[in-house]
Design a protein. Structure first.
Length: 246
């Protein structure tokens, strides 16, 4: 495992309020990491910094084996370098079928690519089937995406991101609004996806985080409060105090 992303000494203020405070963070490739923390801890801002949406006031964000600075890159350059982001609300093309959604995602794949190659060749069809199997939607390929359940739409969107072959996948609260069975499927899916890439999951649901069975980073007031296994961080007195609001 080698480091894929390294953030050090990153700070950002909004109108004088320090949302991220001298934050340092590293993730390897492959790795699955959960990020937890109370409301306003800076989780969204942390992801915004990685994707280039928010520019920090100070600090470094280095990427890949050549340690290039993400801070010098635009949002689209960062996406092309291999950072994919799944927002909370699914944004699939509702009027298109599951297959068409995945084909569109392959079409927008990062890197030099012939669109028609993927749509029309056996290789393209095989890749769509492979992703559909990975996300558990192989039987739903001909269905209109708008008819899928909330959980299935979330998986489809994850599949669309996987089609773009990200090296780092950022996932924001995937368990929200899901049934227990859907949550279980989602943990399996994320764990599988993290076998070959870095996956960061921001999640409030502790049972979900427990099932991810990975290293956990606790953010609080824009900095890392604790890091380690879920049992390790939840037995940390500072973490207990923060969660109980003391
Ligand atoms: N664009 C902005 N302008 C002003 N303040 C902001 C902005 N973005 C975030 N903040 C503030 O920075 C702090 C961190 O916000 P952030 O959304 O990153 O936290 P979070 O951990 O994602 O919270 P939640 O769990 O509630 O989503 C909050 O106090 C928030 O109000």
């Amino acid at each position: 495992m080698r480091t894929l992303l390294e953030m050090s000494g990153v700070s950002v203020s909004f109108d004088g309020f320090r949302a991220i405070n001298n934050l340092s963070f590293q993730i390897a490739e492959p790795e699955l990491r959960a990020i937890i923390g109370p409301n306003g801890a800076g989780k969204t801002t942390f992801m915004d910094i990685i994707t280039g949406k928010t520019r920090p006031d100070s600090g470094r964000v280095l990427w890949g084996e050549k340690s290039v600075s993400l801070l010098k890159m635009s949002e689209s350059q960062i996406a092309r370098a291999g950072v994919g982001r799944k927002f909370q609300k699914p944004t699939v093309f509702e009027a298109q079928t599951v297959r068409e959604n995945l084909a569109l995602a392959l079409k927008n794949r990062r890197g030099p690519f012939d669109v028609l190659l993927y749509r029309k060749t056996r290789r393209g069809a095989a890749r769509i089937k492979e992703i559909a199997e990975e996300i558990g939607l192989a039987a739903e390929l001909p269905r209109i995406a708008g008819e899928l359940s909330h959980g299935q739409k979330q998986w489809l969107e994850i599949g669309m991101l996987l089609a773009q072959d990200p090296r780092l996948l950022l996932v924001d609260e995937p368990a929200a609004g899901m049934t227990p069975a859907e949550r279980e499927h989602t943990t399996d899916l994320l764990r599988r996806a993290a076998r070959t890439r870095a996956v960061v999951v921001v999640e409030h649901d502790m049972e979900f985080v427990r099932r991810l069975n990975c290293k956990v980073t606790v953010l609080c007031e824009g900095a890392v409060l604790a890091e380690g296994s879920l049992d390790h961080v939840t037995s940390n007195q500072d973490v207990i105090d923060v969660y109980l609001g003391r």
